[in-house]
Design a protein around this ligand. Structure first.
Ligand SMILES: NC(=O)c1ccc[n+]([C@@H]2O[C@H](COP(=O)([O-])OP(=O)(O)OC[C@H]3O[C@@H](n4cnc5c(N)ncnc54)[C@H](O)[C@@H]3O)[C@@H](O)[C@H]2O)c1
Length: 464
C-alpha cells in the first residue's frame, strides 16, 4: 500500500513529532512506538487473518476505552473469509462511529497481503495477527520491522524450532519498545488474577498437583475427511481452511484447544513443567460418511507433566462425539483446592475450598468480577501503549505454546519429552511457510496410500 491511501495528516503528525527524522535506531532508543503525536491520538489498526477470532479481536479493538482505535485495513488469503469478516465487523463498526474505515483499497488478499495491510500503518499503530499460528513468526517479523505494536492470538508456535525463533523475536520487540499482547485471555480474567494472588498468599497451601480437562465432541476443524475438500481445491487451501487438523498449521487440536488450561495451571503454579509423558489413541478411523479421517489428531490424549520440584500436572483431552463433556481446571494444595476454570477456557466464578472436595459448605472464596477477559486484554495493551509502559506477553505465549506442543509430542512419539528435547529438536513442521503461494504444495502431502502422514507412537521417532 502506498502512502496515497494512508491518512496523510496522521503520518505528517508523526513525522513532525519526530522532528522529521525517522531513523530506526533513534526510534528504538526513544521507545517511539509507544507514542503518538498530540494532535492525532488515533491508533490505527490492521487485521491480518479475518476469521472468527480476528473479527472478534477487531471489534474488541474498536471498543477499547483506553485509546482511540480505528480499523483501517484487512488482509486474508481467502476472499470469502474476508467478506464474511468485513460484513460482521463493519456492522459492529456502524454502532461505533469513527472506528471502522476500511475501503476496498485497504482490503488485501494473498500470502503477501499481510505486508500490504501493515504498510498502511504508522510506527506505533497496532496489527492484529489472527491467522492460524503457523504464520505467526512470519507476520511478527514484518510487524517488528515496521515498528508496530501487536496483538497476536495463541498459540504463537507449533514446534521447537519456531519457538526458538519467536523467543528471539520477543527480545527484538522488547528492545524496540513495542507492546505485544498474546491472546491467552485467562491472564486478563480478574477472577483468575485474584485466584493467583490467593494461591500465592497460601490460601490452599503449597500446590501439590493440578488437573485440567478439555473433553467434548468435534469442534472447529478438529476432524477432516477428503469429502470436505471441494473439487479443484489444493491441499494447501484445504489444510489452511481446516487448520486444526494439521500439525504444521495449528499444532493440532492439542495445542490449539488445550493451551488455555495448560497455561493457566502453569501460571497458578508460577512455573513451567520440565518434562511430560503422555498417551493418546485414535479410536475412530472412518468417518460417519464412510471415508477415512485424514486429520493428524488423535481422539484422546492423557498427559502427566512434571515440574522441577516434582509437582504433577495432569491433562486429559478428548474429541469424541457423545462422550461426557468435561472442560475445567483445578489446583490442589496441601490445605485445599481451587477451581481455576469452572467451565470453558477461563469461565468463572473462580473459587477456593478447604479440603479437596469442591463443596459449597467448604468454599472459602468465589470471584465476583464479570468483566470480559477478551476486552480486558485490549485495555491492558492500549494502556501500555499510551503510557509507554513495558508490555510484552510473547515469552510466556511461546512457553505456553511450547509446553502444550510438548504434551502432544510425547503422545505422538510415545516417548517422554523434556523442554530441552522439544526446544532443541530439529523437526520444523513447515520450514518454508514464509514462501508459500497459492500454487505451493502443502507442507504435508499425501503418501502412497493417498493419506497424509499420521502420528504412529513407538513406530516413528518424529511426530509424523
Ligand atoms: N483466545 C481464544 O479464545 C481464541 C479463540 C478462537 C481462536 N483463537 C485463535 O485465533 C487464531 C485464528 O482462529 P480462528 O478460529 O479465527 O480461525 P479462522 O479459520 O476462523 O480464521 C483464520 C483466518 O486467517 C486466514 N488466513 C490463513 N492463513 C493466512 C495467511 N497466511 N495470511 C492471511 N490470512 C490468513 C483464514 O483465511 C481465516 O480467515 C488461531 O490461532 C486460534 O487458536 C483464539
Amino acid at each position: 500500500m502506498s502512502d496515497e491511501t494512508t491518512p496523510k495528516t496522521s503520518r505528517r503528525s508523526f513525522l513532525q513529532a519526530t522532528s522529521g527524522v525517522v531513523a530506526g535506531a533513534a526510534m528504538t532508543k526513544l521507545n517511539i512506538p509507544g507514542f503518538h503525536s498530540s494532535n492525532d491520538d488515533t491508533i490505527q489498526v490492521a487485521l491480518v487473518g479475518c476469521g472468527g477470532r480476528g473479527s472478534g479481536a477487531a471489534v474488541n479493538a474498536m471498543a477499547t476505552k483506553a485509546g482511540n482505535l480505528k480499523l483501517v485495513a484487512m488482509a486474508d488469503v481467502f476472499a470469502d473469509r474476508q467478506k464474511d469478516s468485513y460484513d460482521a465487523v463493519s456492522a459492529e463498526g456502524k454502532k461505533m462511529p469513527g472506528k471502522f474505515d476500511v475501503p476496498k483499497e485497504r482490503m488485501f488478499l494473498g500470502f503477501d497481503a499481510y505486508k500490504k495491510a501493515m504498510d498502511c500503518l504508522r510506527p506505533g499503530d497496532i496489527v492484529i495477527l489472527t491467522t492460524p499460528p503457523a504464520f505467526r513468526w512470519v507476520h511478527f517479523t514484518y510487524a517488528i520491522s515496521k515498528k508496530l505494536n501487536v496483538f497476536m492470538e495463541k498459540p504463537v508456535t507449533t514446534d521447537g524450532p519456531t519457538s526458538k525463533r519467536m523467543l528471539k523475536l520477543a527480545d527484538e520487540a522488547k528492545a524496540a519498545g513495542l507492546k505485544v499482547g498474546v491472546g491467552l485471555m485467562s491472564r486478563h480474567s480478574v477472577g483468575m488474577q485474584e485466584l493467583y494472588q490467593r494461591i500465592r498468599n497460601g490460601e490452599i497451601g503449597d500446590v501439590t498437583f493440578m488437573r485440567g480437562y478439555r473433553m467434548h465432541g468435534p469442534a472447529a476443524s478438529s476432524e477432516s475427511t477428503f469429502s470436505m475438500k471441494k473439487d479443484g481445491m489444493s491441499h494447501l487451501e484445504f489444510q489452511i481452511r481446516r487448520f486444526h487438523s494439521f500439525l504444521w498449521c495449528s499444532g493440532g487440536c492439542f495445542n490449539d484447544f488445550n493451551i488455555h488450561l495448560i497455561d493457566q495451571m502453569c501460571w497458578m503454579k508460577d512455573a513451567w513443567p520440565t518434562k511430560v509423558y503422555a498417551t493418546g489413541g485414535r479410536h475412530y478411523k472412518i468417518s460417519p460418511d464412510n471415508t477415512p479421517f485424514v486429520d493428524q489428531n488423535l481422539d484422546t490424549y492423557g498427559c502427566e507433566y512434571t515440574f522441577a520440584d516434582g509437582t504433577k500436572m495432569f491433562f486429559d483431552g478428548r474429541i469424541i462425539q457423545d462422550a461426557q463433556t468435561i472442560y475445567s481446571s483445578h489446583i490442589h494444595g496441601t490445605k485445599g483446592v481451587a477451581i481455576a476454570s469452572r467451565s470453558g477456557d477461563c469461565g468463572g466464578p473462580q473459587a477456593t475450598f478447604s479440603g479437596h472436595n469442591e463443596n459449597k459448605d467448604r468454599q472459602i472464596w468465589a470471584s465476583t468480577d464479570r468483566s470480559n477477559p477478551y476486552q480486558n486484554e485490549w485495555e491492558a495493551l492500549v494502556k501500555a501503549i499510551k503510557d509507554n509502559k513495558p508490555h510484552n506477553e510473547v515469552q510466556r505465549g511461546v512457553m505456553a505454546s511450547l509446553v502444550s506442543s510438548m504434551g502432544r509430542m510425547a503422545a505422538h512419539t510415545g516417548q517422554e519429552v523434556s523442554v530441552d528435547d522439544i526446544l532443541n529438536g530439529d523437526h520444523e513442521f513447515a520450514p518454508n511457510v514464509d514462501k508459500l503461494t497459492y500454487e505451493s504444495d502443502a507442507p504435508v502431502m499425501p503418501g502412497a496410500d493417498g493419506l497424509y502422514p499420521m502420528p504412529e507412537p513407538g513406530k516413528k521417532t518424529r511426530e509424523y
